[in-house]
Each structure stands twice: as structure tokens, then as C-alpha cells.
Ligand binder design. Sequence first.
Ligand SMILES: [Ca+2]
Length: 265
Amino acid sequence: MEANWYSGLTPVPRGHDLVFEAYAKGEGVTGQAYLGVLVQARKEEGESRILVMSKCDALQGTNDWTPLRLRCHVPPESTHVWLECGMYGTGKVWFDDLSVKVEERAEEYPPPGANLLENPSFEEGARGWHIFLEGTSVPPLCSTPRGVRDAGGVLRLENRKGTPASAHTGFYQNMCGFSGKKGTLTLSGSIRAQSVTGKAWVDVVAFGTDGSLGFMVTRELVGDTGWEDFRYPVPVDGKWASYMVRLNLEGEGALYVDDLQAVFH
Ligand SMILES: [Ca+2]
């Protein structure tokens, strides 16, 4: 179950950073509650394209009022910005004291050589990662056990028995601020498959400033595997507004992920 409240933002702060803040309170949230920003570019004929789809750290379970914050870059090509207060799963969420600020980044962004992913090694649970479901309404079992690979945490995502072969679940995280930038985004990490009947993989979805979508896929795992390292260069040629890293699982089984890095040079 998903519920969202959207509000359009005008004027559109093209070429600037947007900081969206609010307080949220949760009662028995089984999924996640979050703030989101959706940036679109609409052509005159009405066709709308997504440039950025960003979500903040999520609230889970039962919490008193908690500050949530999301920062994202609004590409120069943007025509519409939507602010979202959303949740999925069951439970109750309250939002209050919403605020939006437009800011400049003092430093160069994306910072060259830095890992652009939040909580890339799952040492803080699943903070910074957002779940998606396609072809099923049953969320995967998700945990971040410690001591599986080393002393630290890893992400474990499991599609239960009976999950249809076409069901596609996983986690994603967005990285924005790439309009006009040139270089290479190198994605690396370690993944492992356990009794996967379909396939398990990591990919990058690129949102083009012209509305195109690019998919760049790392190696797919099936069945049972050990930990496998991957390293994948994603070209950054100025025509992509934002990138989304996705951790994907199709069919039954479990996917383990650890030590992700997304570095721009
Ligand atoms: Ca780890």
C-alpha cells in the first residue's frame, strides 16, 4: 500500500539545490515514510520526463516527531518540481512544519573521488535506501545482519517462497547534480545470491536531460554463489541529469549486498 501527498513548487529553482525539510511522526509503520522530490521536464506537447526522483532517509516503526531532510539538485532543464510526503506499507504517519530552501553548494558537486552513496556498506541498517516493488504487492523481507561477511553489516533482501517469477523487488538510491558534468561514475561492490530462482543484479538507471532512460547492468547472479566483486564504469557525458543505483531481485531467493561505492572522476 502506498500513500502520497504532492505539492508543486513554483518558481522552479533551476540550476540550484533544493533543501526540503519536515518533521514526521510514525505509528507502527511496517514499510517506510519519507520525503521525496520529483523533478520533471515537460515538453509543449505535454510529454513529461523525469529528471530526478529523490527520497530522503526513511522513518520506520513508531517514532516521536523526527526531522527529515532531503537535498537535491534541480537541473537547468527542469520545468516542474513536486514535493512529496509519502509512505508505503501499513501504519500511520503525520507530517508537519514543511519547509523548502534554495541553496548554492559552496564546494564542487559531485565531489570528485568521494563515495556518493549514503550508508554504502549498510553499517546503519537500510538508512538512505528505498524499496521498490514491480509485479508484486508483497514487499521482500529485508534485514541488515552483522557478522555475515565480516564484522560489519550487509543488506539481505529476500523474496519469499511463492513470489512470482516476474516479481521484481529491490532497493534504490538516487544521485543528482550531473547535468553538464563529464567523466566516469565507477560503481563497485560485492553481491551474493542465495537460492535465487530468477536473477539478482545491481544496475544503474540514468535519467537523461532529454527524457531518455539508460540502463547499465552489472553481471547477473542466479542460484547460489559466493561473494562476487563487481566494478562497473558508467559514462557521464553531460546529458544525464541524475543516476539511480538499484539492487535488484527477480523471483524467489535472497540477495546479499555490501561495500558499495559510486565514485565520480
Ligand atoms: Ca558492511
